[in-house]
Ligand binder design. Structure first.
Ligand code: IMP
Ligand code: MG
Length: 178
């Protein structure tokens, strides 16, 4: 049984705020990348699915979508800093414009790990990072995204892809437990 209830969540960002922000981010990316240049989105499973799909709908260039899976949290609410690669299968990304799409950057350990692997083994022409949420205050390594939706306090948040013990990813809003 889950020890937390959806009814006890305090809303941090509504569905409308999320939609608006996703659109704004896509517009920035359209502008920066140009609508003629192909872009490979790398969706980091499982948390980024909702954000990645919503973002992709507003992108105007030819977009390829790839999915990788890493895990750093297990079921705990604090980052272990210990990143586990579960599935890093990717096509050849050499000379491609690549955008890693994350739900949240917390300590930054996951993103550091991904950037290192991608640069080392795939040599993309260009590698950028977008994250919907940015917990700047919680950073343990020196990693900053090229784009982010909202900067948030060091709170544990759920919804819009983010989970609490595997649940609550389906919520259309983002909330936290007090
Ligand atoms: P990092 O390696 O500490 O930056 O953590 C990155 C991953 O931890 C994210 O991709 C999320 O999957 C997960 N995570 C970090 N903070 C939260 C949170 O507040 N709620 C749910 N998942 C989180
Ligand atoms: Mg994630």
């Amino acid at each position: 049984m889950l020890d937390r209830k959806v009814e006890d969540l305090k809303i941090l960002f509504t569905q409308e705020q999320i939609e608006q922000k996703t659109k704004e981010l896509a517009e920035k990316i359209n502008k920066d990348c140009g609508t003629n240049n192909e872009l490979v989105l790398i969706c980091v499973l499982k948390g980024s699915t909702m954000f990645c799909c919503d973002l992709a709908k507003h992108l105007k260039m030819p977009v390829e979508m790839e999915f990788i899976r890493v895990s750093s949290y297990g079921n705990a609410k604090t980052s272990s800093g210990n990143v586990q690669a579960i599935d890093l299968t990717l096509p050849n990304l050499e000379d491609k414009n690549v955008l890693i799409v994350e739900d949240i950057i917390d300590t930054g350990c996951t993103m550091e790990f991904l950037i290192n692997i991608l640069c080392r083994t795939h040599r993309p022409k260009n590698l950028k990072v977008v994250t919907f949420l940015n917990k700047k205050m919680a950073r343990k390594v020196n990693i900053e995204p090229d784009y982010y939706g909202f900067d948030i306090d060091d709170k544990f948040v759920v919804g819009y892809g983010l989970d609490y013990e595997g649940y609550m990813r389906n919520l259309p809003y983002i909330g936290y437990f007090e």
